[in-house]
Design a protein around this ligand. Structure first.
Ligand SMILES: C=CC1=C(C)c2cc3[nH]c(cc4nc(cc5[nH]c(cc1n2)c(C)c5CCC(=O)O)C(CCC(=O)O)=C4C)c(C)c3C=C
Ligand SMILES: [Fe+2]
Ligand SMILES: [Fe+2]
Length: 344
């Protein structure tokens, strides 16, 4: 079989104009694994409410971070693809879960090069039904409908992979070198608490309390909250951080349901109020910088901190197309290509 690789990230609008943002948000938020309510309710919430108000505000946010050559998330994912391609002998394609760079086009590109065994890499360190699961489900639907003769294997969540933790820790250490900071905040994209309960394969473990995520359970294979806290714990252990000098929080909530706590904006506010003058922030749920890191954290987050009396606010970039991260992905690709993994 001829092997090939498909990297999949979230996606961005085609432009930061409200009409393109509306189209993108419509596709994204109508995904039943993102807004996971019955179709009639989702249609009412998304088409009746969100799409009438949010695209204008989101477009304004996108305009603040948009680059000459496009959306940072897309440009950085393309750089990652190009650099991985320089390191491996298999064709590497890039697709997005939402927007015009579809998974179908990505698979087609590989099939056109003769590929019939695809290694699918969802570009998310932690599993979530709104990210990894929706990619895997859609890829399988596309395979069955259009490419029944190919196989797809996928890379599982790699949040606790020791090589990944080393690459992430080295990046954090490098960006903090010489910086005077008192607290490092690990800010992860949030999800509604309901998503955590839905993904609990034991149906009884995830209480979303003080201890469930620290108590061993098979539920953790699909518990986004556990996987985020584990990244923080493993990096802190690796870098020898003292207790109290770092913490985790969740950003980017939408709607009125309870989302994972503590919220990033409130945490930044609290740190400022408590007299922290210099803080740093890292966003390990994202492998590529995007709207959520460049605008919500680096711009809005910094503003909140300064309003609370803070001085230096250091944002650590995502791994993007850094050489150690490219090398690690190339290593995983070569391991897959020379072994016999299970299909999705
Ligand atoms: C890192 C993983 C992500 C999870 C988990 C996730 C869940 C999730 N997101 C929304 C709603 C929105 N997210 C938006 C942007 C956005 N989200 C992620 C990643 C995760 N989302 C990224 C990388 C981005 C940036 C995309 C870019 O183009 O740069 C947006 C759009 C922007 C906005 O209007 O705020 C929305 C909306 C939900 C509802 C959700 C879980 C249920
Ligand atoms: Fe999101
Ligand atoms: Fe948990």
């Amino acid at each position: 079989m001829k092997k090939g690789v498909l990297l999949v990230n979230l996606g961005s609008p085609d432009s930061p104009e409200p009409k393109d943002v509306k189209k993108y948000l419509g596709e994204f938020l109508m995904d039943e694994r993102v807004i996971d309510v019955p179709l009639w309710a989702r249609t009412l919430i998304v088409k009746g409410i969100i799409l009438n108000t949010r695209p204008k505000a989101s477009a304004a946010a996108y305009k603040k971070i948009w680059w000459e050559n496009g959306s940072p998330l897309i440009v950085l994912s393309e750089q990652l693809q190009e650099r991985i391609q320089q390191e491996v002998d298999y064709p590497v394609a890039l697709a997005m879960r939402y927007g015009s760079m579809t998974i179908k086009k990505g698979i087609q590109e590989l099939v056109d090069k003769g590929v019939d065994a695809v290694f699918l890499i969802p570009l998310y360190p932690q599993f979530a039904m709104a990210t990894t699961e929706t990619i895997l489900v859609l890829a399988e639907e596309i395979r069955q409908a259009h490419f029944p003769n190919i196989t797809i294997n996928s890379l599982p969540a790699f949040y606790n992979n020791s090589d990944y933790i080393n690459v992430l820790s080295d990046s954090i250490a490098r960006h903090l070198e010489g910086k005077n900071y008192e607290h490092l905040l690990f800010s992860y994209h949030g999800v509604p608490e309901r998503h955590i309960r839905k993904s609990d394969i034991t149906k009884s473990h995830c209480k979303i309390d003080g201890s469930c995520c620290a108590t061993p359970s098979p539920a953790h294979e699909f518990c986004y909250r556990h996987q985020c806290f584990e990244v923080t714990r493993l990096v802190a252990e690796k870098l020898g951080f003292a207790p109290g000098t770092y913490s985790s929080s969740f950003q980017s909530r939408l709607g009125f349901d309870p989302w994972l706590l503590p919220y990033t904006d409130r945490t930044i506010e609290r740190l400022g109020k408590e007299g922290i003058k210099n803080m740093a922030i890292v966003t390990p749920a994202f492998v590529s910088d995007c709207l959520e890191t460049l605008e919500e954290i680096a711009m809005e987050g910094e503003e909140i901190f300064h309003e609370m009396g803070g001085n230096e606010f250091t944002t650590i970039p995502c791994l993007n197309a850094d050489k150690p991260w490219v090398d690690l992905l190339a290593k995983w690709i070569n391991n897959w290509a020379t072994s016999e993994p299970e299909t999705v």
